[in-house]
Write a protein that binds this ligand. Structure first.
Ligand code: ES4
Ligand code: ZN
Length: 326
């Protein structure tokens, strides 16, 4: 994918990025060596070839598998610094990144190691690259709500380091309402709320209804099939609830990029944004996602700039920082 000078230069805000999904094969090998972990593959090419997923469950298996090399606080710092270094070159200015504490605590890595490692990278990235960032803690929806609640309570020691909470992993059979109590508590603790509503899953519209009406999210991750429901669509336009869409990710785990839906939703007045989801696995950081929309959607530069401004508008950055990002 060839990035145009306009896309390269556009100032960017990333709102849908799983930091664990930025683990590139080279760093995976280095961390495996450092931590004495045997990997099934020994070249970056072999690793890429093993990424043969064609739906969400097959992707998630590779994704959680890859995380075993992340063991120490330093590993999380290195992971996030590699990401920041890479997107500094794409003119990314601000990142609100997801992390999945349960993907680590469930295999014996402490919450403290994860968050102190990420926190150190955030501070260093602002100093080195001028990139500001925030953390959004995601709960894994295929685990029990009780485990999410325990994770939420554990996070309160680090309350001021975490801006919001989200919900990810396998949505099939795991509706938003399963986590209503957890999110109500998170809201009471002052966390901002978002949730994944993946495209093309059974019951998708009902899940979107739940996140809006029962959970009360400030934005929705993916959620582009809301276009099928004019009533819910008008609610998110009126309330300014934005969507974080991930075109290249969609080509792997749903039935296409959904670029046409991005255009329709923007036309309908939805604050929709472009993001990268899991760039090391899906083969595209945020610039590649903008370029994908430019190439496939045949949209003009003003449209791409509008999507970038949408990200500033729906970001959770403080007002002073938002003014700078505009
Ligand atoms: C994810 Cl593509 C996707 N879907 C759901 N949960 C996720 N976590 C990381 N990537
Ligand atoms: Zn995601």
């Amino acid at each position: 994918i060839q990035i145009s000078p306009f896309v390269a230069g556009l100032p960017k805000v990333e709102l849908h990025l799983h930091i664990e999904g930025t683990l590139e094969p080279e760093l995976k090998f280095e961390l495996a060596r450092r931590n004495g972990i045997e990997l099934a593959h020994s070249t970056a090419e072999e690793v890429q070839a093993s990424y043969a997923f064609d739906d969400l469950p097959s992707f998630l298996t590779a994704y959680y598998d890859g995380m075993n090399v992340l063991q120490t606080s330093e590993d999380f710092t290195d992971l996030a610094m590699a990401y920041f270094r890479r997107v500094a070159e794409q003119n990314v200015r601000h990142v609100e990144m997801f992390f999945d504490p349960q993907a680590h605590t469930s295999r014996g890595v402490s919450f403290d190691a994860v968050i102190t490692g990420l926190r150190r990278a955030q501070i260093e990235a602002e100093r080195q690259f001028g990139i500001t960032s925030a953390l959004i803690m995601c709960f894994l929806r295929d685990f029990q709500a009780e485990y999410a609640m325990a994770t939420l309570l554990e996070s309160l020691r680090y309350r001021e380091w975490i801006l919001g909470v989200g919900l990810d992993s396998d949505e099939n059979g795991n509706p938003p309402a399963k986590f209503a109590e957890v999110f109500a508590r998170a809201k009471a603790e002052g966390y901002l709320l978002t949730m994944h509503c993946d495209v093309d899953i059974p019951g998708s519209i009902e899940h979107i209804r739940q996140v809006i009406e029962e959970i009360g999210v400030a934005r929705i991750d993916h959620g582009t099939n809301i276009v099928e429901n004019p009533e819910l669509l008008s609610v998110i336009v009126e309330r300014g609830i934005g969507l974080t869409s991930c075109p290249i990710s969609n080509t792997w785990v749903s039935d296409g990029s959904k670029v046409e839906l991005v255009k329709r939703l923007a036309e309908a007045g939805v604050k929709i944004t472009l993001n990268s989801d899991d760039p090391a696995y899906f083969g595209g950081y945020i610039a590649e996602n903008f370029q994908r929309v430019a190439d496939e959607g045949g949209v003009d530069e003003a449209f791409l700039a509008q999507l970038s401004r949408n990200a500033v508008d729906i970001s959770w950055a403080p007002a002073v920082l938002k003014a700078q990002l505009r």
